[in-house]
Design a protein. Structure first.
Length: 265
């Protein structure tokens, strides 16, 4: 039977039923209980002499855990080992480890720590004839779907559309992605020079004006300055309600200008 002891003298028992005495139910938070349940299970698991023959299934092991417990939880799952009284580490292996989770960040970190993991995802697949939701298990590209930064994915998408000369079906959506990428580059490269503008949530147009005023990195050169201002116009920066649109070849030209100018920021 499991029990806890605080400061070597205050015991909290799992099977205590008296309401006026400390027990797991009236003393521990929900997160504490989840951590303890996982700890007890993990302890039993690594002491199991037949672990190598077993398939271990964990359903949302990080659910309701405090975020600062993520790193150690992942390390325990990725490197299960038994510590002997002499401090020796004995590697423990199981036949198969299956982990189900809704926690995207936990999943991404866990994927990087495990040895040769196989990542799968459950995808909704409409309704059956009775109106019940159907789903399909598919392969999951963890790097592109969970680890790679959103701006990086957007930039790759923009470049792929431009280079393959695909039809631009959602120009406004691409404009929004271009604006986010530009803002990310400006605010990281010129964090100190643009501190006031960043704090006031100013736009890329204002960033360009400020860099011109400070004569930084050639932004005071009129052709370069105007190229960025024209790009702001074409991406509807501060002109969100403008009826002026770019489509067809014009849209591709704007994407080309964007890809060229981000190298000059």
């Amino acid at each position: 039977m499991f029990a806890l002891k605080f400061f070597k003298r205050h015991s909290v028992s799992i099977d205590e039923t008296a309401t006026d005495k400390p027990n797991f139910k009236n003393t521990l938070s929900y997160s504490d209980k989840r951590v303890l349940a996982f700890s007890f299970f993990f302890s039993l698991m690594i002491h199991d002499e037949k672990l190598a023959e077993k398939i271990i299934v964990l359903d949302d092991p990080f659910s309701s855990f405090d975020s600062d417990r993520r790193t150690k939880t992942i390390e325990l799952l990725a490197n299960p080992c038994l510590i002997t009284p002499d401090g020796e580490l004995i590697e423990k292996k199981m036949n198969q480890l299956i982990i189900l989770t809704h926690e995207k960040e936990f999943f991404a970190w866990l994927f990087r720590k495990l040895d040769s993991p196989k990542a799968l995802k459950i995808v909704e697949n409409g309704l059956d004839s009775s109106g019940i939701k159907k789903s399909t298990i598919k392969d999951c590209d963890v790097d592109s779907e969970f680890i790679e930064h959103e701006n990086k994915r957007d930039l790759k998408e923009i470049q792929e559309i431009y280079q393959s000369n695909k039809t631009v079906n959602d120009y406004d959506g691409l404009c929004a992605k271009c604006r986010k990428v530009l803002e990310s580059i400006f605010t990281r490269k010129y964090l100190f020079e643009l501190q006031d503008e960043i704090n006031q949530n100013k736009s890329i147009r204002k960033y360009t004006d400020k860099l011109k005023e400070l004569s930084i990195n050639g932004f005071d050169n009129e052709p370069k300055y105007k190229s960025f201002i024209f790009l702001c116009d074409n991406l509807n920066i501060e002109l969100h309600d403008s009826p002026m649109k770019n489509d067809g070849g014009n849209a591709h030209n704007v994407l080309g200008d964007f890809l060229k100018l981000i190298k000059q920021i």
